[in-house]
Design a protein around this ligand. Structure first.
Ligand code: DAH
Length: 578
């Protein structure tokens, strides 16, 4: 089963009826073979036709046509039911085809012109689609660009006939001194020749006369390894096609509009688009000229519509390849997050202590009663051991270590550190703590940093010196600290550490009242705690301190947070301020 190629006999045939031989595929992407067709399949450098195939129950939109053996395959979108044997009506997109014919014939004329200028050139390949060119062996000097263009346009000007005919191979051999290799011998050959020139085999569609071909607008050379691509662009329209008022009708304008829209839509090249703009809308453009000729209101209306449609199409047709890009412009920065203020505080605190020999550790935030309370010398009746203050985890009690709690302080790290390592100990444990309290100055979850030093001969002066050092590093050299006697179960003696207010620096003001702000607890480690950690109390003493990270951070100059809970509300507007 073969398809009869009607386009070879008559390039001007736009419609035909046909019978369906094969249907392959479903709605979306479908292939159809007919017994005959006007659709030109891609080949010989000429792009395939597009168009529609109508039938009783629907249409087939032809997107692409291919030649396979003797079959012509129409590919496209099927709307409706189509089966073998159905009768169909084919109609090609004539504007597209006619343009392809013009470009194709122009290529042949250009070749004849080039041969007259450079008799020995050998063509290798020709493309007559969007970017039309003929590739020749060897390097052709650049100065021939203009000569080839002019010579071609001279030939076009002569209104030479372009003929096609079916002949046998032997006949072709008689008529042409040069014929390509590998031509079929068993069937008639389609040939073409330009009036006055020798015939060559050609399976494409051709216009009948060079007078139908627009002039060549530009010829460019592109050099590839030992060959030259002669690229040619046609003018949009024949120059002589000036329209006078008597020719003007709504139909003429609609045709101009449709033709323009197709060409704009199909233009791939920004230069081509620019030529189209000049051709239609430029100072001497087709529409600009027509505007002077309008004598009729209806023509005027259609003219306006056409002009707007063309203007819009020119604006909306995107040409991404040629958008000029300033590569030196800095790129757009994606929004970058930053660390949470509490994380910043933790890092700063760690680094201050690490510089004076402390080791940063982190102990469980869900821990046994033993580490959180019992080993810290806290009696069973201590309020912190009640579920009014502390969260207990609902798991079976450990026989030795007791209940499981969400640690209400980082002091659980003390005995754990004594178990992990022998003195000398210099630990800074920073972690999360949990207490049943939530208000402007408390969050259910918060952070503490716990210091522990155990060594021979450790006394209160070491504690005071360490605290002073931290206060000056973290809050500033103008801030002072003091130890105020207090009571904790796990230290003896115990203190509360105060820091001078950043506003009045210790003199007393409305905000701090007495000049001092409370930082947190500290003291000399209670011997019972050392014993729980199996530390020899006859040899070693120690000090410890434990303060809230959030609270400490808020006491830093310039940081005032009215409601501590804001820190954990995940409100970007709040967090972005840090
Ligand atoms: N753990 C105590 C609390 O959360 C703070 C504390 C006080 C820690 C004195 C200590 C210390 O290491 O020696 O309130």
């Amino acid at each position: 089963m073969t398809t009869k190629p009607l386009y070879l006999e008559d390039s001007y045939q736009k419609v035909c009826t046909a019978k369906v031989l094969e249907v392959d595929g479903k709605k979306g992407n479908c292939k159809i073979v007919l017994d005959q067709t006007v659709f030109y399949p891609e080949g010989g450098g000429q792009p395939s036709d597009q168009g529609i195939i109508k039938f009783e129950s629907g249409v087939f939109e032809v997107k692409q046509v291919l030649l396979k053996g003797d079959k012509i395959i129409h590919e496209g979108v099927l709307k409706g039911e189509l089966i073998m044997g159905d009768k169909v009506e084919c109609e090609i997109n004539w504007i597209r085809r006619y343009h392809n014919m013009q470009v194709h014939s122009a290529g042949h004329i250009l070749h004849e012109a080039a041969k007259e200028l450079l008799p020995n050139i050998v063509p290798i390949e020709g493309q007559h689609g969007k970017k039309a060119f003929i590739k020749y062996q060897g390097k052709i000097k650049e100065e021939y660009q203009l000569q080839i263009k002019e010579k071609t346009n001279n030939l076009i000007d002569k209104s030479l006939a372009i003929n096609t005919e079916f002949v046998t191979l032997s006949e072709l051999k008689k008529r042409s001194p040069w014929i390509p290799e590998r031509l079929p011998t068993n069937k008639p050959l389609r040939i073409m020749w330009v009036e006055g020139y020798t015939p060559i085999p050609d399976g494409g569609t051709q216009v009948k006369s060079t007078s139908e071909i627009p002039y060549i607008d530009t010829v460019n050379f592109e050099y590839e390894e030992d060959c030259t691509k002669v690229i040619y662009y046609l003018e949009i329209k024949k120059k002589e096609s000036t329209i006078v008022s008597s020719d003007l009708s709504p139909e003429v304008l609609l045709n101009i509009k449709n033709e323009a829209l197709v060409m704009i839509m199909e233009s791939k090249d920004p230069e081509e688009l620019d030529r189209l703009r000049v051709h239609y809308l430029g100072k001497n453009g087709q529409l600009t000229q027509i505007a002077h000729e309008i004598r009729d209101a209806e023509v005027g209306r259609v003219f306006n519509e056409a002009k707007i449609a063309i203007e819009n199409a020119l604006v909306n047709t995107k040409q991404p390849e040629k958008i000029s890009v300033d590569e030196t412009l800095p790129g757009k920065l994606p929004p970058i997050g930053h660390l949470h203020p509490v994380t910043h505080a933790i890092e700063e605190i760690s680094s201050i202590f690490e510089k004076i020999g402390f080791v940063r550790v982190r102990y469980p935030e869900v821990d046994w009663d033993w580490y959180a309370f019992e080993a810290l010398n806290m009696q069973k009746t201590h309020p912190a051991r009640d579920d009014i203050e502390t969260f207990f985890v609902d798991v079976p009690e450990n026989k030795k270590l007791g209940k499981l709690v969400l640690t209400p302080h980082t002091s659980n790290g003390q005995v754990r550190e004594m178990e992990r390592t022998k003195p000398p100990i210099r630990m800074i444990n920073i972690g999360k703590c949990y207490r049943r309290q939530s208000d402007v100055s408390h969050t259910v979850m918060f952070h503490q940093f716990e210091g522990l030093v155990v060594d021979e001969g450790i006394n209160i002066t070491h504690l005071k010196g360490t605290i002073d050092h931290f206060v000056k590093q973290f809050f500033g050299q103008n801030r002072k600290s003091r130890l105020r006697p207090y009571h904790f179960q796990f230290t003896e003696p115990s203190f509360e550490v105060d820091v001078t207010c950043d506003i009045c620096l210790g003199r007393g003001c409305k905000l701090c009242k007495e000049g001092w702000l409370e930082l947190g607890g500290a003291g000399m480690v209670h011997p019972n705690v050392l014993k729980a950690g199996k530390v020899d109390t006859t040899k070693y003493t120690g000090f410890a301190f434990g303060w809230g990270v959030e609270r400490t951070y808020m006491m830093k100059s310039g940081v005032k947070i009215d409601d501590l809970r804001l820190l954990y509300s995940n409100d970007i507007r709040f967090l972005n301020q840090f």
